[in-house]
Design a protein around this ligand. Structure first.
Ligand code: CU
Length: 143
């Protein structure tokens, strides 16, 4: 039974000229699926860390201007700020007028839709603000 069936399918594949084309297509599809799987597998590398939005009308939002606030990451992870407002802003470590302002990180001017990444290597809590609208304040908590 088994042998007969195997022989039958063997002869079918020999007889069908399309089979080899189909086989190549299947192998190529598998390769593409695997390649896609690998790049999907790499995606979490980019997703590590936190994303912070500068919200619409941020200049009037105080400690709600950066969302989420606080942003929480593990040491070695990055925070990515995205300016979701129509005005320019910054994400600058420290506090307005403080000696340490901008010492840890400073995005510089972020135009609408611009992004800024910073990787936090040490545990701790870092306050930050917008140099253009110092009432906009946030915090990054690195564990
Ligand atoms: Cu601002």
């Amino acid at each position: 039974m088994r042998t007969a069936k195997a022989q039958a399918s063997y002869s079918i594949s020999l007889d069908a000229p399309l089979m080899s084309t189909i086989k190549i297509a299947v192998v190529l599809s598998l390769f593409l699926v695997l390649a896609g799987g690998f790049s999907m597998g790499n995606a979490p590398v980019y997703a590590q860390g936190a994303s912070v939005s500068i919200v619409p009308n941020a200049s009037t939002m105080g400690d709600k201007a950066f969302s989420p606030n606080p942003a929480e990451v593990k040491a070695g992870e990055s925070v990515t700020w995205t300016n979701g407002d129509s005005q320019i802003h910054t994400a600058t470590s420290g506090a307005v007028g403080a000696e340490d302002s901008g010492k840890v990180f400073d995005s510089g001017i972020l135009s609408p839709k611009a992004t800024f990444d910073f990787k936090f290597d040490q545990a701790g809590e870092i306050d930050y603000y917008c140099t253009l609208h110092p009432q906009m304040v946030g915090k990054v908590v690195v564990s």
